[in-house]
Write a protein that binds this ligand. Structure first.
Ligand SMILES: NC(=O)c1ccc[n+]([C@@H]2O[C@H](COP(=O)([O-])OP(=O)(O)OC[C@H]3O[C@@H](n4cnc5c(N)ncnc54)[C@H](O)[C@@H]3O)[C@@H](O)[C@H]2O)c1
Ligand SMILES: N[C@@H](CCC=O)C(=O)O
Length: 441
């Protein structure tokens, strides 16, 4: 790989970042209309997409720009180099229709691959406009193709195609497993699957935590983006000594949240993605109504009856076993624990197999560092909210059932899209090691 190629690719990524910024208003408007994003979520998402482009541009130059010299005997030159693998299939979800789509595509391109991009069917317009911007930025037409359409129909056959040299997927754990099985069943080369999947994310609150800080963090983590973030808080585990006080505060805060049209600046929580999602959430709360203790539900205004809205809800459960899978929406489950049950709780959380995000609220340094060790989550947030990872600052991704790694927006991500080569040259055959001349004088 010649250095100028990585630099040329990086320049295109930077140009794409500029074009995304120049088109911020259109992108936000598309996200509001097609994905139901609030304005503030839309702004944050354009920012993240831009960050991905600039970060991967920087990493491409650093990691792919020039061969790494390796040690060896004099008269021999050894170099390690990284290059693309071929055609990457990118399969992305609807909940971050711009940022995750852009992150996957740009990482694959930055590493020297070509890309077939299959966005979520719910958010194809955003992907189409982003792709148009990437082509305008200089990505060659034959290096990036957009394939809009249904997952099993459009991406399914491609996964099975031996021409695909790697798959980068973000979405549910179930679909990731299916893709993994189909890749394994193929003849030909064994190729990488980079999968970022779902979570069963908990926040642990002990009796030393600041209740106001907990309350803000819970509101942002459980109900921000209508709970439709893989990182969102699903299970709030509160030490029983402070549980009543914390629950009371959270109930009060939920009552003040404004559900509504995402185009309005005053809206805190917008709609959920579609009727299928609403049906799944409705079924879940019907079960919770029978099996758990109802705590609160945000008021759903009459004017929202015709949109795809779902009233954020809180239930108290008595056991983790009551939650068998990720519930992808604005439903918070609260679980009380006694101080001497904390180790068992952490063990039970780890036993779910999901390792995406975890929140910890405690003013005891020994406690929060200990909980970091016991958690299996890929991203642990202490005394703050647990959503909104920033590119290059909190590289993001899960472990176990929550993802393969390496983390998106982190320094190792591009390596998963690359293949490595070593070049060994017997320099003695062409007159010896000229580097030795540098030692003279
Ligand atoms: N870990 C992360 O970084 C992360 C980020 C965002 C979303 N998620 C997860 O994504 C899920 C929500 O997104 P979703 O509903 O779009 O997920 P999903 O798994 O239903 O769909 C994701 C993508 O896979 C495609 N797809 C569906 N079936 C397929 C098949 N058989 N073969 C190939 N492709 C197929 C879809 O068309 C879509 O593009 C949640 O579980 C959430 O936790 C994870
Ligand atoms: N990276 C996002 C979550 C992506 C998944 O939905 C966050 O950190 O909140």
């Amino acid at each position: 790989m010649e250095p100028h190629q990585a630099t040329a690719r990086a320049d295109i990524l930077r140009k794409a970042a500029d074009l995304l910024e120049d088109n911020t208003a259109i992108l936000i408007s598309l996200m509001v209309r097609e994905a139901g994003k609030t304005l503030s979520d839309g702004i944050a998402e354009v920012r993240e997409a831009v960050d991905f482009c600039r970060y991967y541009a920087m990493m491409a130059e650093k990691q792919f720009g020039a061969p790494t010299p390796l040690p060896g005997p004099t008269g021999e030159r050894n170099e390690l180099m990284l290059e693309g693998r071929g055609v990457f299939l990118s399969i992305s979800p609807w909940n971050f229709p711009l940022a995750i789509f852009t992150g996957q595509v740009m990482a694959a391109l930055a590493a020297g691959n070509t890309v077939l991009a299959k966005p979520a069917e719910q958010t194809s317009l955003i992907a189409a406009f982003a792709t148009e911007l990437f082509h305008r930025a200089g990505v060659p037409a034959d290096a990036l193709h957009l394939l809009a359409g249904d997952g099993p129909e459009v991406a399914g056959p491609l996964v099975e195609d031996e021409g695909i040299a790697g798959v980068v997927f973000t979405g549910s754990t179930e679909v990731a497993r299916l893709i993994n099985r189909n890749l394994a069943a193929r003849e030909g080369a064994i190729v990488p699957l980079i999968a970022e999947t779902g979570g069963q994310n908990a926040m642990i609150v002990d009796s030393t935590a600041l209740p106001e800080q907990v309350c803000d963090a819970v509101m942002e983590s459980a109900f921000g983006s209508a709970g439709q973030r893989c990182s969102a808080l699903r299970i709030l585990c509160v030490q029983s000594d402070v549980a009543d006080e914390v629950i009371q505060m959270i109930k009060g805060a939920l009552a003040l949240r404004k559900l509504g049209d995402p185009v309005k600046p005053e809206t805190d929580i917008g709609p959920i993605i579609d009727e299928d999602a609403r049906a799944v959430l409705q079924k879940h709360i019907e079960r919770m109504d029978k099996e758990a203790h109802f705590i609160a539900r945000a008021p759903l205004d009459q004017s929202l009856q015709h949109g795809c809205f779902f009233a954020p809800s809180i239930y108290e459960i008595s056991s983790l076993a009551q939650l068998q899978r990720e519930v992808f929406g604005p439903v918070l489950h609260i679980l009380r624990y006694k101080a001497d049950q904390l180790d068992q709780l952490m063990h039970n959380l780890a036993a779910t197999g999901y390792g995406l995000t975890c929140g910890v609220h405690s003013r005891l340094e020994g406690r929060y560092l200990g909980l970091f060790e016991k958690s299996i989550a890929g991203n642990v947030y202490i005394n703050r909210n647990m959503v909104g990872a920033v590119v290059g600052v909190q590289p993001f991704g899960g472990r176990g059932l929550s993802g393969t790694g390496f983390k998106a927006g982190g320094p190792h991500y591009l390596l998963r899209f690359a293949s490595e080569r070593v070049r060994t040259i017997n320099t003695a055959a062409i007159g010896g090691n000229t580097d030795l001349f540098r030692l003279i004088g």
